[in-house]
Write a protein that binds this ligand. Structure first.
Ligand code: SAM
Length: 299
């Protein structure tokens, strides 16, 4: 992912000028350092002390010209820093991102922790086929592949642009033999033989009510893909579909696990109970105490 090399002196000058721009827009110098850590691989201390200034050749994930253009977009139009850098740390991974995919959030990491605890208690869940529905950058699928060493994973998205980013990430981690990328709406790209055979389904679907999108921060509503955000009139359009459709695909005891937004968990539990094919329905909270995840098992 190296785009070009720069001297330490060039990076030092770029940093000074970016810090001064940031101050003009009321942003913190920390943003500049976050960006440079991501793009140059230098650490915070080196940036702070300027100990890199004498280095003749520092690899960059983006050219300084491109970085300057995107940095201006950040200052003037709130382009998220992760899109400026073109990558971000997520769990123990570094993932490529572009405005064609949602920026994976820290809360989503917890979905993987939930699966980790489940497979410790029930090791047979390690095997079989898992699906990441609405894979975006491929974050969940890749983390699952590391966690479930014997599982085969389908990473599915309806957006070809998202799948292209996911494909780069899967390739970067050499997981092409473990993760199959499929384009289609939810389960539609799986063939009939997958029915009642899937060990686990994980999804972080679009769940924001259409009418709330306009109220989101500009860095989200103006730059992240609407397809990744908009969950229909009440935000539950896709979750409702996943409740209804998953029993056709999950094996008995199969895992149904999704992320949702504040205020939706109670309704989703009711939907699962009323559907009739689920058991062991549980709500989990995120770091801030928000009911953010619902786990259920296929009867
Ligand atoms: C909230 S994003 C989650 C992305 C990624 N899994 C993550 O957690 O960072 C929702 C994803 O669902 C995808 N999506 C939306 N509608 C879909 C559909 N009908 N079928 C499959 N994927 C869909 C979007 O393209 C987007 O990548």
């Amino acid at each position: 992912m190296i785009a070009e090399y720069a001297t330490g002196e060039d990076i030092w000058q770029w940093r000074c000028s970016a810090i001064s721009d940031a101050a003009g827009f009321g942003f913190s110098a920390r943003e500049v350092d976050w960006l440079l850590i991501e793009v140059t691989g230098l650490d915070y201390l080196a940036l702070h002390l300027g100990s890199y200034k004498e280095i003749a050749k520092i690899p960059l994930k983006r050219s300084l010209v491109e970085l300057s253009r995107l940095w201006q977009e950040h200052l003037e139009n709130s382009l998220p820093l992760q899109y400026v850098a073109g990558s971000l740390p997520w769990r123990n991974l570094t993932l490529k991102v572009s405005p064609k995919v949602l920026i994976p959030r820290p809360e989503t990491e917890f979905l993987i922790d939930i699966v980790e605890v489940l497979v410790q208690k029930e090791p047979y869940l390690q095997d079989g086929v898992w699906v990441d529905l609405g894979t975006g950058s491929g974050a969940i699928a890749i983390a699952l592949a590391y966690l479930l060493e014997n599982a085969q994973i389908y990473a599915i998205d309806t957006s070809p642009e998202a799948l292209s980013v996911a494909s780069d990430n899967v390739g970067f981690y050499n997981l092409n033999s473990r993760i199959t990328l499929l384009r289609g709406s939810w389960w539609s790209s799986l063939d009939c033989s997958s029915r009642t055979t899937i060990t686990g389904m994980i999804s972080n679907p679009p769940y924001i009510p259409s009418g709330d999108i306009e109220q989101l921060e500009s860095n989200v509503k103006d730059h992240e893909p609407l397809l990744a955000l908009d969950g229909g009139e009440d935000g539950l359009r896709d979750i409702r579909y996943l409740v209804e459709s998953a029993p056709d695909y999950l094996c008995s005891g199969g895992v149904w696990l999704i992320e949702l937004m504040i205020g939706q968990a109670g309704t989703v539990v009711e939907l699962l109970q009323n559907q009739g094919n689920y058991k062991q329905i549980e709500i989990y909270q995120d770091f801030s105490g928000v009911e953010r995840y619902v786990l259920a098992r296929r009867k």
